[in-house]
Design a protein around this ligand. Structure first.
Ligand code: UD1
Length: 359
């Protein structure tokens, strides 16, 4: 059986790595890795292959950046000949990025089964490009592997047939548990003369937060106020860096430490000893819940509801008063402990591999 796995953007790499490892024990499964090239900077892509022991891609489509239509269309145009040449028995796509929907659509039209890993998660906000990618990918998928029971329910409500839905657990957690011991030796905080529990970490890259200069300025000024109380390490996503330069928003506040995007192990290490994390990322909500680190999610909604009910996540949106009030509570030691959601146990990739290898 031949499977083609698709990675394209930063949040795909830590999902593909555990699955490729889990599938390696089945000799009858041949795995090809295709990188669409959606992310291409050394620190947005290459470093993750080293940190996660991910094999180098067999094929790189080299699509790069563009508008949503350009990027999605370019992936489709360049992926179709790959499928025609290799004729795989299935295409495995991860998460919700543009590369995910683009490759799922090409495969479905060529009648090649689509496998969606991290299926069924929903923010119910169609203003998010990722929500459109999630809904459409699940509609096309022949197998939907979900990270939570809530995700199963979402798929059922959308009319996805029961036999396509498999509750597997969270593959990102597999990567985290595998890497945690090595990551903890990095002591990444020493690079800025910080100490465990003596700093916060922030990331921002969602279009809704960074593309509108007024919203971005409001978030930066809120972070600057908080940075007086606790130093904040802020690895800057290239999209955000571009917007900050374009809009001339000041970033030189005392305690606010801007740095380039970090690799998987350095970032995991930094997060694990943070007093709190403020972010608009999807994956970080899961990771902080697993690490037991308080997380303030700078969004109005989340597709990771289970991290609100069972984890350490709190939705705070972009209102400065709310953000600072919740951050203060955490700094005073009033944070929620949370518990590990069901099947977030490091075995998700093995569950998926078992189902795939049987077919
Ligand atoms: C994409 C995903 C998002 C995910 C994020 C993680 C979609 C719709 N969005 O958003 O869900 O959370 O990745 O990072 O797929 N750029 C570089 N170098 C790179 C990559 C991007 O400079 O290696 C810059 C370019 O200016 C580019 C911009 O970042 O135009 C945005 O990149 P893009 O891949 O379109 O979306 P992300 O914001 O990264």
């Amino acid at each position: 059986m031949k499977l083609i796995h698709i990675v394209g953007a930063r949040p795909n790499f830590m999902k593909a790595a555990p699955l490729l490892r889990a599938l390696a024990v089945y000799p009858h499964v041949q795995n090809l890795l295709v990188h669409t090239g959606q992310h291409y900077d050394e620190n947005m892509s290459d470093v993750f292959f080293d940190d996660l022991h991910l094999p180098r891609p067999d094929i790189n489509l080299g699509v790069g950046s563009g508008s949503h239509a350009e990027q999605t269309a370019n992936v489709m145009l360049r992926f179709e000949p790959v499928l025609l040449e290799h004729k795989p028995d299935g295409v495995v796509v991860f998460g919700d990025v543009n590369s995910t929907i683009a490759c799922a659509l090409v495969a479905a039209k060529l009648h090649i089964p689509v496998v969606h890993v991290e299926a069924g998660v929903r923010s119910f906000d169609r203003m998010m490009p990722e929500e459109i990618n999630r809904v459409l990918t699940d509609a096309l998928a022949d197998l939907c592997f979900t990270p939570s029971r809530e995700a199963n329910d979402n798929l059922r409500r959308e009319g996805i047939a029961e036999e396509k839905i498999h509750f597997a657990g969270n593959v990102m957690v597999d990567a985290l548990l595998e890497a945690a011991a090595i990551a903890s030796q990095r002591e990444s905080w020493t690079r800025w003369n910080l100490h465990p529990q003596g700093y916060a970490v922030t990331t921002l890259h969602r279009a809704a937060n960074v593309d509108d200069p007024a919203t971005l300025a409001r978030l930066l000024s809120t972070l600057s106020i908080l940075a007086i109380r606790i130093p904040i390490v802020f690895p800057i996503h290239p999209r955000t860096a571009k917007r900050l330069v374009e809009s001339g928003i000041p970033t030189d506040a005392p305690g606010l430490i801007l740095t380039e995007p970090l690799g998987y192990l350095d970032f995991l290490c930094l997060m694990s000893q943070a007093k709190l994390v403020l972010s608009d990322s999807g994956g970080i909500q899961s990771e902080t819940s697993m690490l037991g680190v308080p997380c303030l999610t700078l969004r109005a909604n989340t597709e990771w509801g289970v991290t609100l009910t069972e984890g350490t996540n709190i939705l705070v949106g972009d209102d400065p008063e709310r953000i600072l009030a919740e951050a203060d509570k955490i700094l005073r030691g009033e944070s929620r402990q949370g518990r590990r959601p069901e099947f977030w146990d490091g075995q998700a990739a093995q569950r998926i591999a078992k189902v795939l290898a049987k077919r």
